[in-house]
Design a protein around this ligand. Structure first.
Ligand code: MG
Length: 395
């Protein structure tokens, strides 16, 4: 008789994917699909993309599906009526399912501030959190770290730069980091003058040279706010001081980031730009799974080049460093202001360079709080959005 080693539930990792219809969520489901013996999807959540959520639910048959926008609830429920799937709606429901016992790991892949509450709940429930939602750490990194420690929750980076640093640190034990070098592609406007930047459109900004991502992060990449957020994210993930974090523009996006140690040795992680790799590494850490992802052919990249980021043209990076050094609720103000201006820029209500101007005004005007509580963050977010809306007419 054949030996039965274990039931499938015992060997498979049960994953909840928050933000399953976004770019990271979709790629995470590809990783799951390629490794059906390793992963099982137990919950899927989306905010608005009803049709894709229905399609994903049919394919992956999770236990639970949640749609953030309650308007879509009845349609979702009737579309999934023949399946054994519990259907919920609303942001509270999304936040609550993070606590379910059957979940081993939560992939936090929602966009922006909306990711904060569900991530906090997952951390409080002691889940392992694969964190793609960098805004969570930007807004409330101190709170998240404190809760993660208290509730024994592991946070694994999904952002490619932070995954690179995380991979460089494997096997290093307590060896202190001297500095990290976050690489940046420089985005589609890397070589433009200030005058040219004044007239760029959201359509131009949405064409990223190397990475295929969602609209919000693609604009953040073009404005370098994404890199600014990643600097703050690195501070919290790896316990770094601001002066230990450097940004280096590397247009080929082959080196995903580097770590320098006390003896001057530098480790780097390289690969073709494909988010499925960091997603899968977070899912399988510390193991590596065989993939068919394209390999780097160095002869096709005879030159890996580097440039200093220009904070005169890309002021968001300087604003983010300022917010990180100031601490308190300043990064929360930075994030909230950025979410509103990016949305206004996407609708062509304001120009590209105006985004930094308005964010800076918000950072000057919204009251600073040195040691914010969760409630303070909620209030800061609300107040900043209200302030910024007065600068983005008809939006
Ligand atoms: Mg990144």
């Amino acid at each position: 008789m054949m030996e039965v080693r274990s039931t499938k539930h015992e060997v498979k990792k049960s994953i909840a994917i928050f933000g399953s219809t976004g770019s990271i969520g979709r790629q995470a489901l590809e990783v799951v699909k390629a490794n059906p013996d390793r992963f099982e999807v137990v919950a899927l959540t989306a905010n608005n993309s009803l049709d894709l959520l229905i399609e994903q639910a049919n394919e992956f048959e999770p236990d639970i599906v949640v749609i953030g926008n309650e308007k879509h609830y009845l349609q979702l429920k009737s579309a999934l009526a023949d399946l054994q799937i519990k259907v919920f709606a609303g942001s509270e429901a999304i936040a609550q399912i993070a606590e379910m016992d059957s979940i081993d790991m939560v992939l936090a892949a929602m966009v922006g501030y909306a990711g904060l509450k569900p991530t906090i709940n997952a951390v409080k429930s002691g889940k392992t959190v694969a964190l793609a939602n960098k805004e969570t750490l930007v807004v409330a990194g101190d709170l998240i770290n404190e809760l993660a420690q208290k509730h024994n929750s592991a946070i694994l980076p999904v952002d490619s730069e932070h995954s690179a640093i995380f991979q460089c640190l494997a096997g290093e034990g307590d060896n202190p980091i001297e500095r990290v070098i976050l690489t940046a592609s420089g985005g589609p406007f890397r070589t433009m003058t200030l005058q040219e930047l004044e007239h760029v459109t959201s359509a131009q900004a949405l064409k990223h040279p190397n990475w295929d991502m969602g609209a919000k992060i693609t604009i953040d990449s073009a404005s370098m706010m994404n890199k600014g957020f990643e600097v703050i994210e690195a501070k919290w993930l790896f316990g770094l001081k601001p002066e230990q974090i450097e940004v280096l523009v590397h247009p080929q996006s082959i080196i995903h980031s580097m770590v320098e140690f006390a003896d001057s040795s530098i480790k780097a992680q390289l690969g073709m730009p494909d988010m499925k790799l960091p997603i899968q590494y977070a899912f399988t850490y510390p193991e590596r799974l065989k993939t068919e992802f394209p390999r780097v052919d160095f002869l096709k990249y005879p030159e890996l080049t580097f440039e200093k980021p220009d904070t005169n043209r890309f002021r968001n990076l300087a604003l983010a460093y300022y917010a990180m050094e100031k601490g308190g609720n300043m990064p929360c103000i930075l994030n909230a202001a950025n979410e509103v201006v990016v949305s206004a820029f996407l609708k062509n209500k304001i120009g590209f360079l105006q985004m930094s101007d308005i964010i800076e005004k918000a950072m000057q005007k919204v009251p600073f709080i040195k040691k914010p509580t969760y409630e303070d963050y909620v209030e800061t977010d609300r107040e900043t959005r209200e302030f910024v809306h007065s600068y983005t007419p008809n939006h």
